[in-house]
Design a protein around this ligand. Structure first.
Ligand code: NAP
Length: 306
């Protein structure tokens, strides 16, 4: 069963770019936005997987207004091409694409650590180059994670070399570092946009898993047996359709303000109705945000026009 019945078409005339829209939470953001009448640009690295997602959305929302934009967040060339070719005004950008686990040796096309490079640097470069296309009241929504709390970002020790240094410890800790960096950048963008009508916000999906997610043709296949075994966990966690709700809320609800952080309101923020949640002091730190910004400019060679 889906998380909610289809809502009204209140987003007609709005255009939203969702990165990593061909699978998981990004797919569900795209489907929920399309169901409300938004034009959705699906930013995906594989045109084939993107077309499967388009067909799946159209199977539920026949009139969906969808466009595919080829976008590999692990390649600065691909990001530049996608950003300069977007060709229309954007009302929101949802920075969702993410790598959740990787070896220490895994690198992007530009030879950055795969998780920091994709999850943070890729989105930094994307948003910077999309800036000329952003509507005067546009929102940038970064998909954060509870895991940002596993990371310690120390402004005094944060520079391009340390951000991209070979890491030790667990892959989960490095993932947390990549998400914390994305969130700290977004809160810094919010500070730089204060006084304008634009908003930069973070949102996290809680704990969202495929076995609790409604099936869609061509997307993550989960057997009936696995669904049945997973079913009792619904009391604590949720499907990826539910995980998309705080993110879509952050991108569209009128009550969301610049610099806010949204997530599920239930136990441990794993599932539940979207609500305002608290981010760590590190990712809220203006000193960390400024250092990260400079480091990201140096590592990507991309500067914000803002
Ligand atoms: N699931 C959770 O409980 C949870 C919790 C906290 C935060 N999050 C965050 O939510 C986001 C989505 O997670 P998910 O669970 O939906 O993950 P998922 O099912 O693994 O989907 C990840 C998406 O990111 C895309 N992606 C990965 N690398 C990319 C690249 N280089 N360029 C373009 N797209 C790329 C994938 O595309 P391909 O199909 O091409 O690989 C896929 O569409 C992530 O940012 C994750 O960190 C998830």
């Amino acid at each position: 069963m889906d998380a909610a019945p289809l809502p009204p078409a209140d987003l007609r005339g709005r255009t939203v770019l969702v990165t990593g829209a061909n699978a998981g939470i990004g797919y569900w953001c795209a489907e929920q936005l399309a169901a409300r009448g938004a034009r959705v640009l699906l930013g995906c690295r594989s045109p084939e997987r993107a077309q499967i997602a388009v067909a799946a959305i159209r199977s539920r929302v026949p009139a969906a207004d969808l466009r595919v934009r080829v976008l590999d967040l692990g390649s600065l060339d691909s990001i530049a091409l996608a950003a300069t070719g977007v060709g229309e005004r954007l009302d929101a950008v949802i920075c969702n694409a993410g790598v959740k686990a990787a070896d220490r040796s895994a690198r992007t096309s530009d030879d950055h650590d795969l998780m920091v490079g994709t999850n943070f640097l890729g989105h930094f470069a994307l948003v910077a180059q999309l800036e000329p296309f952003l509507a005067p009241d546009a929102r940038v929504v970064a998909v954060g994670s509870i895991a940002h709390r596993f990371a310690h970002l120390d402004a005094a020790a944060l520079d391009a070399a340390s951000l991209d240094a070979p890491w030790s410890g667990s892959s989960l800790r490095q993932y947390g570092r990549s998400k914390a960096s994305l969130m700290a950048f977004t809160f810094e963008l919010a500070r730089r946009w204060s006084g304008s009508s634009r908003a930069a916000v973070c949102a996290h999906p809680g704990y969202a898993v495929d076995p609790l997610t409604p099936p869609r043709p061509g997307l993550a296949e989960v057997s009936g047996f696995v669904r049945a075994v997973a079913s009792p966990t619904r009391a604590l966690v949720q499907g990826k359709d539910g995980g998309a709700l705080p993110i879509v809320h952050a991108a569209t609800a009128s009550e969301v303000v610049d610099g806010a952080y949204w997530g599920p309101g239930g136990l441990l923020e794993f599932r539940g109705t979207p609500t305002r949640v608290t981010a760590s002091d590190d990712v809220r730190s203006a000193a960390v945000g400024a250092q990260l910004w400079t480091a990201a400019e140096r590592l990507t060679g991309v500067r914000f026009p803002t």
